[in-house]
Design a binder for this molecule. Structure first.
Ligand code: ARG
Length: 272
């Protein structure tokens, strides 16, 4: 990271589509509209580029339609990259493309044991002094200990209980001032308590706004890029001094993803 410029990884949606169903949002019968998806993705790319970010693109691969969701490539801290071990065989083919690409750019690639599922930044977000890690639907809780050891960071495991919010980044979004916005009922009681203990100033997102993937936002300092459909949340964020950029994301929500799922930070943090 030079002069505070954030580096991000995106993957163009050339081969994007709904070709299998691995979460409750996906319907092969309904599909997604390719031309609209292209437009929405380009708007995300343009918005992030205008926010003083350096956006890197990994070449998309045929037959890997979910490769657009680069948050699931892995987790980057400083120059270390920990690739995902995908739970579903449909996405496992992405692993080598992402790890090779990161290695070619000089990142140190550290693999988790391959019997531990882990889906990258989608399930691992820094908030305050801790790395919050979601588990159950995709990542295994045992992967968090291994992750914490590799990175030397404090990992706090939180269980996800609603299959529609199967990755942490679908229901939890830490803010740079130590706060966060989240959808509390996506977590069990223990997880809710852990988050409340570690995060000051939590904004609860309404159920109907959560359903628009409102927590799936990319935060670039005071700018927040999020899917449209959450007027209440946007007002609360603006009251705290954030600028919100609301984008149409319908075609990606059909795969169970939106702005944040389509973005990986390089790195998410310089160090733990
Ligand atoms: N269809 C993809 C999957 O189910 C969507 C991934 C969304 N990514 C995320 N970070 N929440 O794996």
């Amino acid at each position: 990271m030079s002069d505070g410029m954030r580096e991000l990884l995106l993957c163009p949606p050339d081969y994007y589509g709904i070709e299998y169903e691995i979460n409750p949002w996906m319907s092969v019968a309904r599909g997604a509209q390719a031309a609209v998806a292209q437009r929405q993705w380009k708007q995300l790319h343009a918005t992030l580029s205008e926010l003083h970010c350096e956006v890197h693109l990994i070449p998309p691969q045929p037959r890997l339609p979910d490769m657009v969701f680069t948050a699931n490539a892995g987790l980057t801290v400083g120059r270390k990259f920990i690739p995902s071990n995908f739970r579903h065989k449909e996405r496992a083919g992405e692993q080598l493309f992402f790890s090779n690409w990161m290695e070619e750019r000089g990142y140190e690639v550290h693999w988790l044991p391959d019997n531990l599922y882990f889906e990258g930044e989608g399930d691992a977000l820094f908030g305050g002094d801790a790395l919050f890690c979601g588990y159950k639907f995709r990542s295994d809780i045992q992967s968090h200990r291994a992750l914490a050891d590799m990175l030397g960071c404090l990992a706090i495991s939180v269980e996800l209980v609603d299959p529609r919010f199967y990755h942490l980044d679908t229901c939890f979004c830490p803010l740079p001032d130590g706060g966060a916005f989240w959808f509390p009922s996506a977590f069990d009681e223990y997880g809710q308590r852990a988050i409340r203990e570690h995060v000051t100033d939590l904004i609860d997102v309404l159920p109907e706004e959560s359903m628009h993937f409102s927590c799936n936002a990319v935060i670039i300092e005071r700018d927040i890029v999020l899917p449209e459909g959450a007027p209440k949340l946007v007002t609360q964020l603006q009251d705290r001094g954030y600028r919100c950029h609301e984008l149409p994301m319908s075609e990606f929500i059909k795969a169970g993803g939106a702005c944040k799922c389509l973005t990986m930070f390089m790195p998410q943090r310089e160090k733990c």
